[in-house]
Write a protein that binds this ligand. Structure first.
Ligand code: NDP
Length: 437
């Protein structure tokens, strides 16, 4: 997950290359600049609605235009959904500020000092899942959340727009030293999309850190299990495919939260402002799109025999192993490059003093962690069979996102490490898929 970048405790982080480019030749735009970001502001919410609307009971077709309700307001909004959403947000915020779990220092800020972050995400996940189990035991009407899927989606979408707008406005009143290098171009649309302020906080709550890992990610897992329970209520049985995909995704999220501290060295935390793309991505895209396979399995009732599920489980475990081991290898290398585990491994020296791993997992391809992620996403979709393209949209989205992210990171590393990066790329030829890409 995003929380998986290296933890570089011993060496200071290199300067953000984006800022350098901006000084040299005007604003450095990503996502095709103001026009691209303007279109994405509409395209992203449209995609989440369209894809989910295309999957209704006994019908999951992406090729047919979904039927639109006569009354949009009653179909897509109600006050109870708003109360559920804000109650969930408040509950997660409360857990996030509880003095439980370690208080970890972030990377050095460019204006000096470091921020502190309370890392208790795994605890929040366990409490949330336990809370769900208790609510089910008490026979509370929890599946209302699944019934109100579209209404919750609307509230989350409106909230993410409002939050990004508030963040943009409040960023106009802060010192420029607190601005992110990439979201401060002067173009309103672009800066609103990318985010201007680097680390907006309300008291002890760091908004970006909180949204990246808590309400959306834990919400995703809870939605999965609520769908499992709903299927049980509807049919009197636990559909094995739905249970399996929920287990896979819970493992994925639990892993991210167990290694929560690692997010403090990711691009998102160190360089990116908190704007629309992260607000919408964290609060809407993740919980309402990453539940695609579960929604498909709930709506279609599709099942597979155990001899199909067994190899899918093996594939998921292979993906998870590549993902976890490669991420851990890099994290350990960044923490302690002299660790005996690296004695036999090839490295490439760089002028900054930091080395690049060029063998082991990181000699296989330049992003073995992305490879593992994509394999897992494919395994999740395989639980839905081959009858519909719809549930395969998640691995397709992830593939696009990670290809784009790899190119972005490649650019940044080329700026950071110059000729050493070229040497590393000559040594490790493939970007994500060995012998293919
Ligand atoms: P990486 O974990 O790949 O981190 C990139 C950084 O690692 C580089 O900038 C560089 O930083 C360092 N690095 C790159 N190559 C080497 C090497 N050979 N040796 C040592 N250091 C190296 O990127 P992400 O933060 O994008 O991804 C983290 C995880 O999050 C991945 O597993 C990915 O799959 C997942 N993810 C999931 C998403 C989702 O929506 N499901 C979205 C985004 C990511 P430096 O040299 O400065 O240390």
């Amino acid at each position: 997950m995003k929380s998986e970048m290296m933890s570089n405790m011993k060496t200071p982080p290199p300067p953000p290359p984006v800022a350098k480019k901006k000084e040299e030749k005007g604003p450095h735009y990503e996502f095709m600049g103001p026009i691209g970001t303007f279109l994405l502001i509409f395209f992203l919410p449209f995609t989440v609605y369209y894809v989910n609307m295309a999957c209704r009971r006994n019908k999951c077709s992406i090729l047919e235009v979904p039927s639109f309700p006569r009354n949009f307001v009653t179909a897509f909004f109600d006050v109870e959904a708003a109360l559920i959403f804000f109650g969930w947000l408040a509950f997660q915020a409360l857990l996030a500020v509880l003095p439980i779990g370690s208080l970890v220092e972030g990377q050095p800020l460019k204006y000096g000092g470091r921020l502190k972050y309370r890392c208790n995400g795994f605890f929040a996940l366990v409490v949330s899942l336990a809370g769900l189990a208790v609510a089910i035991y008490l026979k509370l009407p929890v599946t209302k959340v699944v019934d109100k899927f579209f209404k919750l989606l609307t509230v989350a979408t409106i909230f993410s727009f409002t939050l990004s707008k508030c963040l943009y406005i409040s960023s106009r009143f802060i010192s420029t030293k607190k601005l992110a290098p990439g979201g401060n171009t002067g173009n309103i649309i672009y800066d609103f999309f990318m985010g201007r302020e680097l680390n907006p906080r309300i008291g002890p709550l760091d908004l970006k850190f909180f949204c990246e890992l808590r309400p959306g990610l834990i919400g995703w897992v809870l939605l999965d299990w609520l769908m499992v329970y709903k299927a049980y209520q509807d049919t009197g049985a636990f559909p094995p495919n739905l249970v399996l995909v929920s287990v896979f995704q819970t493992l994925y999220v639990a892993d991210a939260l167990w290694f929560e501290e690692a997010i403090l060295t990711t691009i998102d935390i160190i360089y990116e402002g908190f704007g629309f793309i992260l607000c919408f991505g964290d609060l809407v895209w993740v919980p309402f799109l990453y539940t695609l396979q579960a929604r498909f399995l709930l709506e279609s009732g599709f099942t597979l025999p155990w001899y199909c599920l067994a190899p899918i489980t093996v594939l998921n475990l292979i993906g998870f192993m590549i993902f976890r081991l490669s991420n851990s290898q890099k994290n350990l290398f960044r923490k302690n490059p002299k660790h005996p585990a690296f004695s036999g491994l090839e490295t490439v020296a760089t002028p900054s003093g930091r080395k690049l791993l060029a063998s082991g997992w990181w000699g296989l391809c330049r992003k073995p962690n992305y490879l593992g992620d994509i394999i897992m996403a494919t395994a999740w979709s395989l639980t839905t069979g081959f009858g519909h393209i719809f549930p395969y949209l998640y691995p397709l989205f992830l593939l696009t996102l990670l290809i784009h992210r790899e190119r972005r990171d490649n650019e940044m590393c080329a700026a950071k490490y110059g000729a050493s990066w070229d040497r590393y790329c000559q040594r490790v030829k493939y970007r994500i898929f060995p012998y293919i890409y």
